[in-house]
Design a protein around this ligand. Structure first.
Ligand code: SF4
Ligand code: SF4
Length: 366
């Protein structure tokens, strides 16, 4: 170990700067969607001055509706038209994880980016981030899987194509994005306290939400197990400096593993970046494989898959909701009607307007 280290010293890369810029651009995109949606809402509510079209990308924040739309497609063979963009965004995210594990979490997810920066801020204040005891860590990590299991049980075992269609056509689902917006617009004290607690915990325990509570992360952890690529350590080159384990935001003991199989690995490449010895830590299909997935390729893969899948949805006319601007306008003005309560979610559509032609948005807009 360690012989000829000078010859094998690794030139520092820029994977983490690259990841920062990818996260930055994606969070800007999400902010733009948020601003566009807010202006759109106020216009339809009657108090806005700027008339904008609804950005379909907002459906990326409706994971349950997206999951139902995807499942409906598998059962019926047709793409349900109320929130198609959400389903394609979810599909893109799942495909990313099948190729390079939970890469969405560390390269694109806006919640992941915010959580990571809160953790970084906490590290600056307290001098370090803390972990929970191992005996508590495992049961806590299972919470997100329990939430996912509940969702899977309700959707995959409790609903057939007809009940899915009834939910997707329901008044509640048609305005699910508006309801989500109103949740934040009229946020209750209780919700603020819960968010405050999550922020405080994320300062102390890095990625608290992602590690313990995010069912999306749980889904990607499972689909990521299909990925052919894993962080692999060449034990012959390794000098046991443990820099990789220290750099890992998900507290994986990379320095003690030959292959990282963990469902928590997000292919962030921080460990590869931290490793001082060339060709010792790589993202590869197997330890013997000569082909290593470079950080730039991870970035290219997540961006490429996202653009390809969402672009396909746009080009094939499956991006914009079938709910027209006029229908949205009417529903927003009537949003306090009990038909928009969640427990009315699986009720049949209350009128025949669900089949109106798509008019919202321009073809290339997120
Ligand atoms: S093992 Fe490496 S790539 Fe995986 S999460 Fe940890 S630092 Fe990132
Ligand atoms: S960073 Fe990790 S893999 Fe690289 S030499 Fe140090 S202990 Fe070994």
């Amino acid at each position: 170990m360690g012989n000829g280290l000078h010859e094998r010293k690794r030139t520092p890369g820029n994977s983490q700067q690259l990841r920062f810029w990818v996260q930055f651009v994606f969070i800007l995109l999400c902010l733009w969607i948020g601003v566009e949606f807010t202006l759109w809402y106020f216009w339809h509510e009657g108090s806005g001055a700027i008339a904008l079209l609804r950005p379909p990308g907002v459906e990326g924040f409706l994971p349950i509706s997206a999951l139902m739309t995807l499942y409906y497609f598998f059962l019926s063979g047709s793409i349900h038209p109320v929130h198609p963009a959400g389903a394609f965004i979810l599909l893109a995210i799942i495909l990313m994880s099948v190729l390079v594990k939970k890469s969405f979490c560390s390269w694109l997810c806006p919640i992941g980016t915010v959580s990571e920066n809160i953790g970084e801020f906490g590290r600056k204040i307290f001098g370090r981030n803390f972990g929970v005891w191992r005996w508590l860590d495992y049961p806590l990590r299972s919470l997100k899987y329990l939430m996912l299991a509940f969702l899977v049980w309700v959707v995959f075992f409790g609903m057939d194509a007809l009940s899915l269609q009834q939910f997707l056509d329901s008044p509640y689902n048609k305005v699910a994005d508006v309801k989500m917006f109103l949740f934040f617009k009229n946020i209750t004290q209780f919700s603020l306290v819960v968010i405050g607690i999550l922020v405080a915990l994320s300062m102390v325990i890095r990625n608290f939400w992602c590690r313990y509570l995010c069912p999306y992360g749980a889904l990607l952890g499972i689909t990521g197990l299909l990925s052919p690529f894993r962080i692999t350590r060449n034990a012959e080159n390794c000098i046991d400096c443990a820099k990789c384990a220290k750099a890992c935001p998900n507290r994986i003991a990379v320095d003690r593993l030959n292959v990282v199989m963990s469902d928590e690995c997000t292919s962030c490449m921080a460990c590869v970046e931290a490793c001082p010895v060339r060709d010792t830590l790589q993202l590869k299909a197997s330890r013997k494989s000569r082909f290593a997935f470079k950080p730039a390729w991870v970035a290219a893969s997540v961006i490429g898959i996202f653009l390809l899948v969402t672009g396909f949805a746009m080009l094939t006319g499956n991006w914009h909701s079938s709910v027209t601007e006029q229908e949205f306008s009417r529903r927003i003005k009537d949003i306090d009607n009990p038909i928009y309560q969640h427990n009315q979610g699986s009720a049949p559509p209350e009128d025949a307007t669900s089949g109106e032609a798509t008019t919202s948005g321009s073809a290339g807009s997120y």
